[in-house]
Design a binder for this molecule. Structure first.
Ligand SMILES: Nc1ncnc2c1ncn2[C@@H]1O[C@H](COP(=O)(O)OP(=O)(O)O)[C@@H](O)[C@H]1O
Ligand SMILES: [Mg+2]
Length: 251
């Protein structure tokens, strides 16, 4: 689904990212692990349109999407999630989902009457979509509460739901387990696995190796901006190079 090759990102003279080939197959969960500073977030920012790469290509379903803006990538089905920001916390849970949808409201519509009907229909469709997503993770009952009232784990679920409002093909998740209580971690994993079973593709940066073990079909190990190896959880966690580089203390 997503093919990355030769992707390079420089910060001044510092080469934060310099990967060869990374393949993210359809309807699978691909993990990206590595020590702090390995370039994992830079990789996601470069794929997701927040940063422009200095070299390399990103192909989505064979089409070149290198360096496109987050907005254009979202329209093509590639979404990178972000932590629910302070601004979004001020909104209700339902509003968080509604504002995640692209701004079709009234765009390019000339007739005011037609526009009003169209907007009404779009709003109703958006609310319906939001309701069905919130019901799936038992957050519908809290729909009118401020997002700031949610636990860390519920906020992570909300991030995934916001992405799902755009009916994505591929979701990039940066550290889904960070700040999530152990009980909610299971709920979050189950939901991600459910979406995978429905055909959604994921790439996940994660430090929590239990989560990586539960979720990931294939794992890339990044060190110093490069992919050191990739393989199953068993393969990467028994590889001497990976253990030496950073996992020795983690698994
Ligand atoms: N905006 C930036 N400007 C300069 N250096 C950066 C910037 N973002 C990241 N870096 C550097 O690039 C390297 C990779 O960072 P990052 O992608 O955040 O690593 P990771 O997510 O794997 O911990 C680090 O050495 C970091 O200090
Ligand atoms: Mg990071």
């Amino acid at each position: 689904m997503l093919k990355i090759s030769g992707l390079t990102k420089m910060f001044g003279a510092y080469r934060a990212l310099n990967v060869g080939n990374i393949d993210i197959p359809r309807a699978q969960i691909t993990g990206i692990i590595g020590p702090n500073g390995a370039g994992k977030t830079t990789l996601f920012n470069t794929i997701g349109g927040a940063l422009r790469p200095n070299a390399g290509t990103v192909l989505l379903d064979g089409g070149d999407v290198t360096g496109l803006s987050p907005h254009r990538l979202a329209a093509k089905g590639l979404i990178r999630t972000f932590q629910i920001s302070r601004d979004l916390s001020a909104l209700t849970i339902l509003e968080n989902l509604l504002v995640a949808r692209p701004g079709q409201l009234g765009e390019g519509v000339v007739s005011a009457l037609f526009a009003r009907r169209k907007i009404r229909a779009e709003e109703e469709a958006a609310i319906e979509q939001a309701r069905s997503l919130l019901q799936r993770v038992d957050l519908w009952r809290l729909a009118d509460q401020s997002a700031s009232s949610l636990s860390g784990g519920q906020k992570k679920l909300l991030e995934v739901l916001r992405a799902m409002m755009l009916s994505p093909k591929l979701i990039l998740l940066d550290e889904p387990a960070a700040g999530v209580a152990p009980t909610m971690e299971g709920v979050l994993c189950d939901f991600i696995l459910e979406l995978k079973a429905e055909g959604v593709t994921f790439a996940i940066v994660e430090h929590d190796m239990e989560m990586v073990k539960r979720l990931c079909d294939d794992i890339y190990v990044l060190t110093e901006g490069r992919e050191m190896m990739h393989g199953t959880y068993e393969q990467v966690t028994t590889d001497p190079r990976v253990l030496n580089a950073f996992l020795g203390s983690m698994v």
